[in-house]
Design a protein around this ligand. Structure first.
Ligand code: ATP
Length: 251
């Protein structure tokens, strides 16, 4: 599904990502972990089209998506959340979901101006889908609230809903557990599984919370100083000496 080979990203003299390869199969859940500054977010930025990688390849279903830009990559079905939630904070919760669909559909401005039947039908479907995702995420009661006024955990769920409503092939979550309380983390773990099982989406996540990483991932790639240092099942990674050293070395 998503095949990253020998990815590298250089910022001036700094090789932030150096020879990273990842294979995300259909409906797979893969985590990237590693100490602060290891290059995880830079890998995400390359895959999601925010950066044009210096080297290597990024294939989505055998077609290159490297350097296409974030909007094009999203339209091709690779969408992401951010370490610091990025919502339209002054818009309502519902509006955030409607806008996400407009960005995907690129609804014709003319069709909108003339309020054609097909435009009205598309709008009705967008609202229907939004309400589905609000129910799914337990956000229905907040539909008309400003997104910026939601509790943090709810904002995170809305951000995931905003991704899912575009029916992605790959959902990328950048530290989704950051700032969540223990119960919310458990709910998040169940949610990630459910999204994969019910919507068939493949999930790539960066996460520092080891409980979540070990609980939800099928495979884990470990990075240190831009380089991949280990790859395997949670069990394999947990017992890998190099990984243990990388983490103890950080403490
Ligand atoms: N746009 C940029 N310009 C210059 N250097 C950058 C840029 N983005 C990241 N870096 C550097 O690249 C390295 C990797 O950073 P990155 O944010 O990818 O790490 P990370 O593993 O995601 O860290 P964290 O877990 O703290 O989020 C760091 O040394 C960082 O300072």
């Amino acid at each position: 599904m998503l095949d990253v080979k020998d990815l590298s990203m250089r910022f001036g003299g700094l090789l932030a990502v150096d020879g990273v390869s990842l294979e995300l199969g259909e409906k797979q859940i893969l985590a990237i972990i590693g100490p602060n500054g290891a290059g995880k977010t830079t890998v995400f930025n390359c895959i999601s089209g925010f950066y044009n990688p210096t080297g290597g390849s990024i294939l989505l279903q055998n077609t290159s998506i490297a350097g296409l830009g974030s909007h094009t990559v999203a339209r091709k079905g690779v969408v992401r959340t951010f370490q610091n939630v990025r919502l339209f904070k002054k818009m309502t919760v519902l509006e955030n979901l409607l806008v996400a669909q407009h960005q995907k559909n690129r609804a014709s401005v003319l069709a909108g101006l003339f309020n054609t039947p097909s435009f009205r039908r598309q709008e009705a479907e967008s609202i229907e889908r939004s309400l589905h995702w609000l129910d799914y995420m337990g956000l229905r009661d907040f539909a008309n609230r400003e997104a910026g006024n939601l509790a943090y955990g709810h904002q995170r769920r809305l951000e995931i809903a905003r991704c899912m409503i575009t029916e992605p092939k790959v959902l990328m979550l950048d530290e989704p557990a950051a700032g969540l309380n223990p119960q919310e983390k458990l709910d998040l773990q169940a949610l990630i599984r459910q999204l994969r099982d019910q919507y068939g989406v493949a999930i790539l996540l960066i996460e520092h919370d080891m409980g979540l990483v070990m609980g939800v991932s099928e495979r884990i790639t470990v990075m240190e100083y831009g380089k991949p240092i280990a790859h395997g099942t949670p069990e394999e990674v947990r017992n890998n000496e190099r990984v243990i050293k990388a983490y103890l070395g950080e403490a």
